[in-house]
Design a protein around this ligand. Sequence first.
Ligand SMILES: C[S@@+](CC[C@H](N)C(=O)[O-])C[C@H]1O[C@@H](n2cnc3c(N)ncnc32)[C@H](O)[C@@H]1O
Length: 237
Amino acid sequence: MFPVESGADHRGRVPSDLQEAVIATGLKPASWAYAEEFVAEDDLMAAARARATEVGVVPIGSGGGATLRFLAAVTEARAVVEIGTGTGVSGLWLLRGMRPDGILTTVDTEVEHQRLAKQTFTEAGVPPQRARLIPGAALDVLPRLTDGHYDMVFCDGDKTEYPDYLDEALRLLKPGGIVAFDNALWHDRVADPAQRDAETVAIRELGRTVREHESLLPVLLPVGDGLLVAKKLWSPA
Ligand SMILES: C[S@@+](CC[C@H](N)C(=O)[O-])C[C@H]1O[C@@H](n2cnc3c(N)ncnc32)[C@H](O)[C@@H]1O
């Protein structure tokens, strides 16, 4: 596990070695940190992050979270699937963007993580019927969910399974729906051809498939550790 999602810590401070780094876009690390922290998180989100630290989970960064909320809002999402509940940081962002009656279905292998996520949602005043927490491995649970029912699928589970999550997402999404993958840059490893570990290879393979898929409209957003997003087209363009 890697400890942080972005170069900045949760207060937006950037380590001095990063401040010296050369960034391809020419932007200073301080600007990346400013963008990452542009939408502030509240105390409820901070509490969920603290729980994540306690159990060794790395939640999505605030930039990625704000992007998820935005995507859920612009699609007026009513039904969202999340793979990798953690302690509910990304789930709370999604729920805050979805329609007020929208239901988040979230899957995690760890019952303890889901217990903490439930605490996060309860403290945030999310009605219990809006969060369906399913314990289990994603590739066991997802085949039981309804085809073509979901507006959005967010993937943040086992990185080596990302290509399989894409297959499931394509089945689960309505036409026009959105799939998103966190850690699409995987701590600078994806862009470095010398890195050949299983997670990096799987994320790279996912990127190729999404980019070349005739039914997907892709974009790789450089927020946090990278958010790969694609829209399932109504029909091949
Ligand atoms: C990076 S954390 C998720 C963080 C969460 N999405 C957030 O941003 O708050 C990854 C989570 O995926 C879960 N996980 C790992 N492998 C999984 C699998 N095969 N199926 C479902 N969940 C899995 C872990 O238990 C962990 O809680």
